[in-house]
Design a protein around this ligand. Structure first.
Ligand code: LRH
Length: 449
């Protein structure tokens, strides 16, 4: 994406699009990280003269480098089951006290433990954007918002949690110096001299920068492959209630905390389309809109929906296991996915508010899911507050806003960045319609959980 930022001006446009996804090769599911690097270089070239470049990506995954800085093996995809059954000798309460992170099987901590003695040959671990930055510039470092997703980062001290790493058997030498979003990583080797800037390199951190909130009482859903649903806080929330509800405290831009949960997201829908070998999403969404609402709901966060595969069969099985009639048409199945997502947003956002003692009077949906009108409408109905949907390209906007500030643009704080997003980007408004008995659906699902 190429972005332009100025007084009353903010634009991003697509320069180059390429597929990204898991590559199953033999027993492991990998990323094609060299392909990503090649496409990144091609995209930078195609964008023409630039003032800077910033990279953000999904979290938790990494490459290991040897002493010379050469890649040791191909980065593994977090949906690979290699962390199944992996544990660390640190009690959950203590782990949460230090890192504030939700337990997800694919947190970097567990992935590194799963590496076993392969770590012996490694000198450095670089998360994906840091790895691409290293290849671009030769500079080694760990940008803070993404470092905060590893479960190896001390959320209060804002340092690597080295003693925790040692107890888990992870050599602290692997953890490179931390850098803040908005600092300069270095100059690209190609095109020579191009400033490479650390942004909120966790895509969700960049997306939350571009949430067009006008006041403090908002909830957000960064909606894409995952739906990251939660609140922005000034400090981590590490209470027993937060631990029990498995909320995460990820680091945001400007020292904020993203208090949220990973809801399984549109991944379930995209895997459904892949299973059916169709790309007719608009047709399926029309059929879903015409299907009766809340006919069947599943716990979309259940672990069986994490790995790639046949989601329609898994959804039917989940309905049967909970005494509900499985959806009998494609439209009904897509409706079941969207109803279940909206129900998970309601559960998650209400829990976030209850745990923190805060309230929200609007839910912002940013990212690709903001285009899905039915999902936005269902979210407004489920949560009982208005939904403001957009911008779709929130992560790219948050990325260029932080770059622009680093390069001298007058955007002193998140509020000024969000004001510029409000002024320049399309945002759609959905009022709750009162349709659907969401209380009953929630109670029905709670009984089955
Ligand atoms: C979204 C995301 C999310 C992480 C997941 C691995 O793209 O970065 O915030 O939990 O990918």
């Amino acid at each position: 994406m190429a972005g332009t930022v100025g007084a009353s001006a903010l634009r991003v446009e697509e320069v180059r699009r390429f597929p990204n996804g898991g590559v199953q090769a033999g027993p492991a599911l990998y990323w094609d990280v060299l392909g990503l690097y090649r496409e990144t270089l091609a995209g930078i070239r195609e964008a023409g003269p630039l003032d800077g470049v910033g990279i953000d990506s999904w979290a938790v995954d990494y490459g290991l480098l040897d002493e010379r800085g050469a890649l040791l093996g191909n980065p593994v995809h977090y949906r690979d089951p290699r962390t199944d059954g992996i544990t660390v000798p640190v009690p959950d309460r203590e782990l949460y006290d230090v890192t504030g992170l939700q337990q997800l099987p694919f947190n970097t901590l567990y992935q590194l433990v799963a590496e076993g003695d392969r770590l012996d040959a490694a000198a450095t671990m670089l998360l994906i954007p840091d790895l691409l930055n290293y290849w671009l510039t030769g500079s080694l470092g760990a940008e803070r918002t993404n470092a905060s997703t590893t479960q190896l980062y001390d959320v209060r001290a804002r340092t690597w949690a080295t003693s925790l790493a040692v107890r888990a058997g992870i050599p602290p030498r692997l953890l490179p110096p931390l850098r803040d979003p908005g600092t300069v990583v270095g100059e690209a080797r190609e095109p020579a001299g191009l400033p490479v800037i650390a942004v909120g390199s966790h895509d969700t951190a960049s997306a939350v920068v571009a949430v067009p909130a006008s006041g403090p009482d908002f909830a957000y859903i960064s909606s894409g492959t995952w739906s990251l649903a939660g609140l922005e806080l000034p400090a981590p929330e590490l209470s027993d209630a937060a631990l029990a509800a498995n909320f995460t405290n990820e680091g945001g831009v400007d020292g904020t905390i993203r208090f949220l949960r990973n809801v399984m997201g549109l991944w379930v829908l995209s895997e459904t389309l892949r299973t059916w070998s169709t790309s007719d999403l608009p047709g399926l969404l029309r059929a879903a809109a015409a299907s009766p609402g809340l006919a069947a709901v599943v716990d979309i966060d259940a672990p069986e929906f994490l790995p790639p595969g046949d989601m329609p069969s898994r959804i039917s099985a989940a309905c049967e296991a909970t005494g509900q009639r499985p959806p009998s048409s494609r439209g009904a199945l897509v409706r079941c996915i969207l109803d279940s997502l909206a129900l998970a947003y309601r559960r998650t956002l209400r829990a976030a508010a209850a745990i923190t003692g805060r309230t929200f009077d609007v839910v912002h949906i940013v990212g690709g899911g903001a285009r899905n009108e039915l999902l936005c409408r269902l979210t407004a109905d489920a949560c009982g507050v208005p939904v403001l949907a957009g911008p779709v390209e929130a992560a790219a906007l948050g990325n260029v806003l932080v770059q622009a500030r680093a390069l001298g643009e007058d955007l002193p704080d998140l509020a000024s960045m969000r004001a510029l997003v409000r002024e320049t980007q399309e945002v759609r408004h959905y009022e709750p319609s009162g349709a659907g008995d969401w209380d009953a659906a929630e109670a029905r699902l709670a009984l089955c959980r």
